[in-house]
Design a protein around this ligand. Structure first.
Ligand SMILES: CC(C)(COP(=O)(O)OP(=O)(O)OC[C@H]1O[C@@H](n2cnc3c(N)ncnc32)[C@H](O)[C@@H]1OP(=O)(O)O)[C@@H](O)C(=O)NCCC(=O)NCCS
Length: 304
């Protein structure tokens, strides 16, 4: 047997041993809505993802959707097929469940092999950071715990007929993040959510950077000259003007604090909503971004 054949059979044997010692575990998380799917090799967790049971709005309909998040293989264990095994197991679990579709926010060129395709373009509003004075009488401050019910009701009202937004519940990641932001507004690099108050001091909208969201982190890496705003919502046209001014101010502040050349605020927002309508009356660009394979992706699980 020559050296190459020898090392090939050794590799095959190693693969066999690895397979015998590898285990796929599916564990429900204490939040009652997520399942951790992980591959354990020689008693060590090496690769994992989470299935997150959600409901999303598609116009007037509310549809069960299984989100996939936290996909990752330990650096030293990559390119051994581990993430594929984890995602195949997650897919089997989802196909046996009650969701109509699964969605994720993906790195380029990875998820097509698991049946995901881009879920249409992503929509952004890019604001140049000029004109950042708030309309007369309007103010802003970091989110407080007492603001949470109003912020949630603004989200519900503004997304009630939209396509794609999640129906948020107390246990969901987004609301837990918002609660954490309200409880410690100075955590991370400055506050992460600001509310916008009308001249009577009533809450008219909010601006949430959404740090920690995978989609936000990817965008931050791709467009370092923009401040990424994951969510900006307002209950009226005047409130939308004030919310846009806060986005611009925030971009200015980050540029001044970090010395980074932040020249715009990039808001993830549909182009048929209130925020885009307000932006059209200012210096702004409406950006529609298409990705061949990556970004927001979906796969149908169940067709009636
Ligand atoms: C992306 C990641 C999960 C892949 O894990 P892995 O265990 O190495 O993946 P696999 O070995 O199962 O690879 C499966 C296939 O995808 C390809 N692939 C692996 N990493 C890839 C990447 N970053 N981009 C595109 N394709 C990739 C492999 O070449 C392989 O292709 P092949 O079957 O044609 O040989 C891993 O690199 C990782 O944890 N990265 C950092 C976190 C991250 O980016 N997670 C994704 C969040 S959306």
């Amino acid at each position: 047997m020559d050296r190459d054949t020898n090392s090939e059979s050794l590799r095959a044997r190693q693969r066999e041993i690895r397979d015998e010692e590898a285990n796929l575990l599916l564990t429900p998380e204490p939040d009652g809505r997520s399942t951790r799917v992980e591959l354990v090799v020689c008693a060590r967790s090496v690769s994992r993802c989470w299935i997150v049971s959600q409901r999303i709005r598609i116009g007037a309909a509310v549809v069960r959707m299984d989100g996939i998040g936290g996909v990752g293989t330990d650096e030293s264990e990559r390119h051994k097929g581990y993430a594929s095994r984890v995602l195949d197991a997650a897919m089997r679990r989802m196909l046996a469940g009650d969701a109509a579709l699964t969605m994720l926010y993906g790195i380029p060129d990875f998820y097509r092999r698991f049946g995901y395709v881009p879920a249409g373009p992503e929509h952004f509003v890019r604001l140049s950071s000029a004109d950042c004075a708030l309309p007369s009488g309007w103010t802003s401050r970091p989110l407080r715990t007492a603001d949470l019910p109003t912020v949630h009701s603004i989200y519900e009202a503004e997304t009630s007929r939209a396509v794609g937004p999640a129906v948020r519940t107390a246990a969901c990641y987004a609301l837990r993040q918002l609660r954490a932001a309200a409880e410690s507004p100075s955590a991370s690099d400055g506050d992460v959510c600001r509310v916008v108050l009308d001249p009577d001091g009533d809450l008219g909208g909010y601006v949430w950077r959404g740090n920690g969201f995978w989609a936000t982190e990817i965008l931050e890496r791709e467009t370092p000259d923009s401040l990424i705003i994951s969510e900006a919502l307002a209950i009226s046209a005047p409130a939308a003007d004030a919310v846009l001014a806060v986005c611009r101010q925030w971009a200015h502040e980050v540029a001044a604090r970090t010395g980074r050349p932040v020249t715009s605020a990039l808001i993830s927002a549909p182009h048929d909503g209130r925020m885009a309508a307000a932006a059209r009356r200012t210096d702004a660009e409406l950006v529609r971004r298409y990705v061949r394979c990556g970004g927001s992706m979906a796969r149908i699980l169940d067709l009636p």
